[in-house]
Ligand binder design. Structure first.
Ligand SMILES: Cc1cc2nc3c(=O)[nH]c(=O)nc-3n(C[C@H](O)[C@H](O)[C@H](O)COP(=O)(O)O)c2cc1C
Length: 440
């Protein structure tokens, strides 16, 4: 038997019009009703995934680039993922849900109360994907913080939320009908936190979640402060890294080092890598798809640029494909990491026609030789298994929209193979999301 791994689904691009721009839009699921999402998460639970992480951005970005965000629904609209979670919990029994929370937008008392409530109602199946994006500050009348300061704020947010969750001390909840005593108020911690970012009084007024523990904390940041945050606080690191054994092992080592530096055990943080394989019927078909991707047609290049325009908040779709890109086109707000992604390993944009940048982005590779993620289900299972064996990998987070067609396309063939090999769970542990993460 191979090393068992944990799997999740990153509900990428958030809670918006699922399937827009894809043929499966014509399947007729209505993205405005809960049924689409409920059907999807039932499938994911049947498949044995531990959790669904729901991406979110609370802003449509700058006024000048609204069209590139909403024109093809790449970057919006997005509804509030927290509001979706009760519907998903109601449709399932075991799988966990971690909606995104921005530490700059949700005050910690409110967040602690909302998640305490969901933890209470769900038997411990919720988590928080805590993010540090600062671009939405203007919607809240706040100053935009610098990158590292946003992590300081997230640390403080987490400390306050945890103190609130624990503000009902041991033995505070009595529930004795004979004496008509529900709780012992003397065991509740009255406190005033006055920090750099938050001024919060406790205790929390929501019912404590006892044996279930705090909601699971997920973090996605990959910078130095991001990794330090994960080492100190997280149960899951949502990791983005090149998927080769050395890079995965190195990323895991950094998280483990950060955990140990904070007096935690490496096994306290599950490192799950974002993974979007393209699963096809045969090795021949995979080879054909890869070959074809090396000569993309104009329509493919335009589609690549439309998606990039949304991520870069810069309209690339109207530029001359045969002229080099002037990097001055990017505003100060555009992340350097996203710009590096467009460079595709090049040092600069100088002398490189936009067509070539888009063509590099469109290029695919075979999962069997490490050049890409196209492969048969057996090949993808081999790939997953190898990371478990050679990098002691904790698991992967599949990425896609939350639509039954996307889920079946990715998982139909893969799930039975992973189960036969003992890599994917066949049942859930009692006790909620944290218990499942600690199952192995
Ligand atoms: C895989 C992944 C998922 C992310 N999901 C979100 C998200 O849903 N919402 C958000 O505002 N930021 C998201 N982020 C951005 C991070 O919260 C963070 O702001 C960004 O990665 C910059 O931090 P870093 O320099 O530490 O990586 C995500 C980042 C990664 C790598």
């Amino acid at each position: 038997m191979s090393r068992p791994q944990h799997f999740g689904w990153f509900f990428a691009r958030g809670f918006g019009p699922q399937g827009w721009g894809h043929p499966y839009w014509e399947w007729g699921w209505d993205w405005r009703t809960p049924k689409l999402y409920q059907q999807s998460v039932r499938e994911l639970e049947q498949a044995g995934l531990d959790l669904v992480i729901i991406e979110d951005a609370i802003s449509l970005g700058t006024d000048e680039t609204l069209d590139v965000r909403v024109g093809q629904a790449y970057g919006g609209p997005k509804h509030d993922p927290l509001m979706l979670v009760p519907y998903l919990l109601d449709a399932t029994e075991h799988i966990g849900f971690a909606p995104t929370v921005n530490a700059g937008a949700t005050p910690p008392y409110l967040g602690a109360r909302q998640f305490s409530t969901l933890q209470h109602l769900s038997g411990g199946r919720v988590g928080i994907n805590l993010v540090t994006d600062v671009k939405s500050a203007r919607h809240f009348g706040l100053e935009e913080l610098a990158h590292d300061a946003a992590y300081d704020r997230a640390e403080e947010w987490t400390d306050v939320a945890r103190r609130l969750w624990r503000s009902w001390g041991d033995g505070a909840l009595i529930g004795d009908r004979a004496t008509n005593t529900f709780a012992d108020a003397s065991k509740l911690e009255r406190f005033r936190h006055q920090g750099s970012y938050f001024d919060v009084a406790g205790p929390l007024n929501a019912v404590p979640h006892g044996d279930l523990g705090d909601p699971v904390l997920v973090s996605p940041g990959g910078s130095g402060p991001g990794l330090a945050f994960a080492g100190r606080n997280s149960d899951i690191q949502l990791a983005l890294a090149p998927l080769n054994v050395d890079a995965v092992a190195a990323y895991r080592a950094k998280i483990h080092e950060a955990a140990i530096a904070q007096g935690r055990r490496p096994s306290d943080v599950k490192v799950l890598f974002v993974f979007k394989p393209e699963i096809v019927g045969s090795a021949d078909e995979a080879d054909r798809i890869v070959r074809a991707s090396y000569s993309p047609d104009e329509e493919t290049l335009r589609a690549v640029l439309a998606a990039q325009s949304s991520d870069l908040e810069t309209d690339l779709t109207k530029l001359d494909l045969d002229a080099p890109l002037d990097p001055a086109i990017f505003g100060q707000h555009v992340s350097q990491g996203t710009i590096r992604g467009l460079l595709g390993g090049r040092d600069s944009f100088e002398g490189v026609p936009l067509r070539e940048l888009a063509a590099t982005k469109a290029r695919k590779g075979r999962i069997t030789d490490g050049t890409g993620l196209v492969g048969t289900a057996e090949e993808v299972a081999d790939f997953i298994e190898r990371f478990g064996e050679e990098a002691d990998n904790d698991g992967f987070i599949f990425s896609g929209d939350l639509h039954p067609v996307s889920i079946h396309r990715m998982l139909d063939e893969l799930v039975p193979i992973l189960r036969r090999r003992g890599i994917l769970r066949t049942s859930y542990a009692p006790g909620g999301l944290r218990a499942n993460l600690r199952d192995f």
